[in-house]
Design a binder for this molecule. Structure first.
Ligand SMILES: [Fe+2]
Length: 180
């Protein structure tokens, strides 16, 4: 289940109802898919064949279609990152810059972990959303954010798009953002 860390105060928010209420207030969509639906051989697999990816999409086909119908997504795919990813450092460096999109950024985590760092209201500042398998999040369009891996540096997620072009990152220079 996702957990929140407020960067300015180091306060943490946990428990499904609290996390949902907080994210709702920050206009970040949060939903949950049953991680136990994933075939066990894929629980800890981060280098995926096309067949593995297809199996994940088939496993969650009902959830994907439901979300897509409600929110207007037309295409979806699977992204997998781990130490085995060529140029992982380079990929992460590119990811770890605050940016915005003209389209929302949807991720349904099916294995591993990851963090979205999102700009909240002015009083709140940036907060981290720590995600694990089953967590589904959508960062709204134009909301400054970035994504990175957690210590285990492994993740598999379903990405959904309205149009792939809408997901091109626009750098967001923010002097109020402090890393770490
Ligand atoms: Fe993004």
């Amino acid at each position: 289940m996702a957990e929140i860390r407020i960067r300015n105060t180091d306060d943490r928010i946990s428990g499904e109802a609290n996390v949902r209420a907080f994210l709702d207030q920050q206009e970040v969509l949060y939903e949950h898919w049953n991680p136990a639906k994933l075939p066990t051989e894929l629980d800890n697999k981060f280098v995926l064949s096309d067949e593995d990816k297809e199996l994940i999409l088939t496993t969650y086909s009902e959830e994907i279609r439901d979300l897509a119908a409600r929110r207007g997504y037309h295409t979806w795919d699977i992204v997998a990152l781990s130490e085995a990813t060529p140029n992982l450092e380079e990929v992460l460096q590119k990811f770890e810059q605050v940016h915005t999109h003209t389209e929302d950024e949807v991720r349904a985590i099916t294995a591993g972990r990851g963090i979205f760092i999102i700009k909240g209201s002015d009083e709140l500042g940036y907060f981290d959303v720590e995600l694990e398998a089953g967590d589904v999040i959508s960062v709204p369009e134009y909301k400054p954010h970035f994504f990175t891996l957690m210590d285990n540096r492994q993740i598999v997620a379903v990405r959904l798009f309205i149009e792939k072009e809408g997901w091109i990152a626009h750098p967001f220079e923010d002097s109020s953002f402090q890393k770490a």
